[in-house]
Ligand binder design. Structure first.
Ligand SMILES: Nc1ncnc2c1ncn2[C@@H]1O[C@H](COP(=O)(O)OP(=O)(O)OP(=O)(O)O)[C@@H](O)[C@H]1O
Ligand SMILES: [Mg+2]
Length: 299
């Protein structure tokens, strides 16, 4: 379904956002892309939906060489994939029905078929009752469900989502994940989702890619990823594109072994965890806090 070979993306300002990336995703997979801010998640998504063009390497999506699409071929390609973003991007002057129908009008579907299909997808996302509402009459979670309905209306084989739960509370985020899971399982739609939401990644187990500095530093198979603070701290991840993490004390080693992560012992690195297993960054906050109150007393 998706094949990236030695893909590079360098923005005009010189930032190497994606580096020598190789990635294969099978049809029907559900894959999270996680990693710290600036690690390249959105750039990867934009390369997949042809919003950005790679500077090197090849990107193949469902038989299409995405990197070499001509300008005029891009809209046709985009209609074959579904996209969902953090900021819903619904047309404010159209009703829920019209927003979804619009996506089908542009592909030339007949009115009758459009009516059937819109009813179907609105039912799937649980919004049949809201078909006459305008976006600003809906909650954030409902708006995102309309976006998902629109994205899948044309039965795409690939659905890509960049932080789809970024503006939602935990309960609504879970609803969105249930929905994406349902789409993935019911239609076999391949789903790729960039996210910051550790709770979702922990709750809905999927294949999980960790990006850092434009490299895939880890690729956990479904169910293989267990979040612990180690993975949230970029300084603990090797900068080289090796499938490995640094570990220096026995506790770290034990934790990494539990996760089946390949280990590169590095005696020069700082301990990741204190003796009681509390991550360094938590201790750091505690240390800093009294200092702040001292300063206030002096003032
Ligand atoms: N249009 C652009 N022009 C120049 N640099 C960019 C552009 N877009 C992104 N970058 C840079 O490329 C790198 C990767 O950015 P990207 O948006 O892919 O990260 P991200 O993982 O999605 O981050 P976040 O979690 O904050 O959304 C960052 O260093 C970013 O500053
Ligand atoms: Mg992003």
């Amino acid at each position: 379904m998706i094949d990236l070979k030695e893909v590079n993306k360098i923005y005009p300002n010189g930032v190497h956002a994606i580096n020598a990336m190789n990635l294969h995703i099978d049809s029907g997979e559900f894959v999270y892309v996680i990693g710290s801010t600036g690690s390249g998640k959105s750039t990867l998504i934009k390369l997949l939906n042809a919003e950005e063009v790679p500077d090197g390497g090849t990107i193949n999506v469902d038989g299409v060489s995405v990197g070499s699409l001509k300008h005029r071929q891009v809209p046709g390609y985009r209609r074959r994939i579904g996209c969902v973003f953090q900021d819903y991007r619904l047309l404010p002057n159209m009703t829920v029905y019209e927003n979804v129908a619009f996506a089908l009008e542009v592909v030339g579907m007949s009115r009758k078929k459009i009516r059937q299909r819109v009813a179907e997808v609105l039912d799937l996302v649980g919004l049949s009752e809201k078909s006459r509402s305008y976006p600003d009459e809906l909650s954030g979670g409902q708006q995102q469900r309309v976006t998902i309905a629109r994205a899948i209306a044309n039965k795409p084989s690939l659905l890509i989502a960049d932080e789809p739960t970024g503006n939602l509370d935990p309960e609504m985020s879970q609803e969105i994940l249930h929905l994406l899971e349902k789409i993935n399982e019911t239609y076999g739609t391949t789903v790729i989702m960039a996210t910051h939401d550790q709770n979702l990644v922990d709750a809905f187990k999927k294949r999980t890619l960790i990006l850092e500095g434009g490299y895939i530093v880890h690729d956990f198979p479904k169910g293989g990823y267990k979040s612990i603070s180690l993975f949230n701290q970029p300084q603990n991840v090797c900068e080289v594109p090796q499938d490995a993490y640094r570990a220096i004390n026995t506790e770290d080693l034990e934790k990494l072994k539990e996760m089946d992560a390949p280990i590169v012992p590095d005696q020069s690195a700082q301990p990741l965890l204190k003796e009681d297993g509390i991550p360094q960054e938590v201790r750091l906050d505690e240390d800093i806090h009294p200092l702040r109150s001292d300063e206030q007393e002096d003032a």
